[in-house]
Design a protein around this ligand. Structure first.
Ligand SMILES: *Cc1c(COP(=O)(O)O)cnc(C)c1O
Length: 354
């Protein structure tokens, strides 16, 4: 069997949920499990996170499956519904919808009077993606209140800079100017805001990345916040090459040996989700020690420099990311974020549950 696999650590998911609770003890937790739970597997993550007060995701069919699997918590559709035809299904399965635009508010008029559909009214406080403008808020809220098919109404916004120096104060100020905005339950904080801005915690927090043990901050690693990686992607060295000075490695000869050195060939490539744009020297853990990639990542294989690891040969354990190699470090070297690497784990990678 190909030696590549990903271990999903359910104890780490539970641990990270407890870290969220420590940071936001007065808030309910909406565990964000979109994108197949950031690559960890939706049903697996939902089970490990069953102590959460709710779940948030995008796909209606997945939300229905969660309900049918017996989860009684709140389930929020983060983009709401995409047409009025979906509303009966939302109501039947008691799924809560984010409502972010005038078209959705109008479509809700078609709800059955006994639907009692819970909604999160999303206000655009500066992200400029989804959400009504602050000026539209009061009328939208009043229209939802007078709609007998609508149940509980909450206020929601999303931060654009909770992970960087611009921060959240400018968006919080816009939120505070909403007429009677503080009379509705509120859901504001993503992982970065949970960790950095207690004033955003409000009624429901919405952690995603931190549940998976990864830091939301561009320079950070989860360990600094006491988080544990929930996914370890590992493989083995399957071949070794001895290079002479001037030899190159892989497609395009992107790595050239400046002296005699040893290269290990690892069974993992971009078709497994490893980033193809990772440059030479992207950190990899081999036999418990950190070395770097050498040459271009190909579809099924990548190479690592073994010059400083004479004891590591074929069969040596390689951790691409997870326990022993923070996914954030790999992402930082490859010019991306841990989010993208975790989400991109390919369906062909065997999953082991731990
Ligand atoms: C993805 C998402 C989150 C979670 O963000 P993290 O940075 O992963 O914590 C929270 N809220 C909304 C609306 C999202 O789309």
């Amino acid at each position: 069997m190909r030696p590549l696999f990903a271990t999903i650590h359910s104890a780490a998911l539970k641990h990270n949920l407890a870290v969220v609770r420590r940071h936001a003890p007065a808030s309910k937790v909406l565990a964000v499990i979109k994108a197949n739970a950031y690559g960890h597997g939706l049903s697996r993550a939902a089970a490990a996170l069953s102590e959460a007060d709710g779940y948030a995701l995008l796909e209606l069919d997945e939300a229905v499956r969660l309900r049918e699997a017996g989860y009684r918590q709140r389930i929020v559709l983060l983009e709401g519904f995409f047409g009025p035809d979906e509303l009966p299904l939302l109501a039947r399965h008691r799924l809560a919808a984010v409502v972010h635009c005038r078209e959705q508010i109008a479509a809700l008029d078609g709800l059955a009077a006994d639907a009692r559909l819970d909604v999160l009214l999303k206000v655009n406080t500066g992200m400029n993606r989804l959400g009504l403008s602050p000026g539209e808020f009061a009328a939208a809220r009043d229209r939802l209140r007078s709609n007998p098919g609508v149940g509980a109404i909450a206020l929601m916004t999303h931060f654009a800079n909770a992970d960087d120096a611009r921060g959240v104060a400018w968006q919080m100020a816009r939120l505070q100017q909403l007429p009677d905005g503080d009379t509705l339950p509120r859901s504001l904080a993503n992982s970065a805001a949970i960790l950095r801005y207690p004033e955003t915690h409000a009624d429901w927090v919405r952690p995603g990345i931190m549940l998976y043990g990864c830091s939301p901050f561009p320079e950070g690693v989860g360990d600094e916040a006491g988080l544990k990686p929930a996914m370890t992607l590992e493989s083995r060295i399957i071949a070794v090459q001895d290079l002479r000075p001037g030899d190159t490695v892989g497609y395009g000869g992107m790595f050239r040996a400046d002296r005699a050195l040893r290269i290990g060939v690892v069974a993992c490539g971009y078709a497994d989700g490893y980033p193809r744009h990772a440059p030479n020297g992207t950190p990899v853990s081999v036999a418990g020690r950190t070395t770097g990639t050498a040459g271009r990542v190909s579809m099924d294989l990548l190479c690592v420099d073994l010059s400083e690891l004479p004891e590591a040969g074929p069969g040596a354990r390689v951790v691409l990311w997870g326990e022993g190699m923070p996914v954030e470090r790999v992402a930082q070297a490859a010019g991306t974020v841990g989010y993208q690497l975790l989400c991109a784990l390919a369906p062909r990678v065997r999953i082991v549950e731990a």
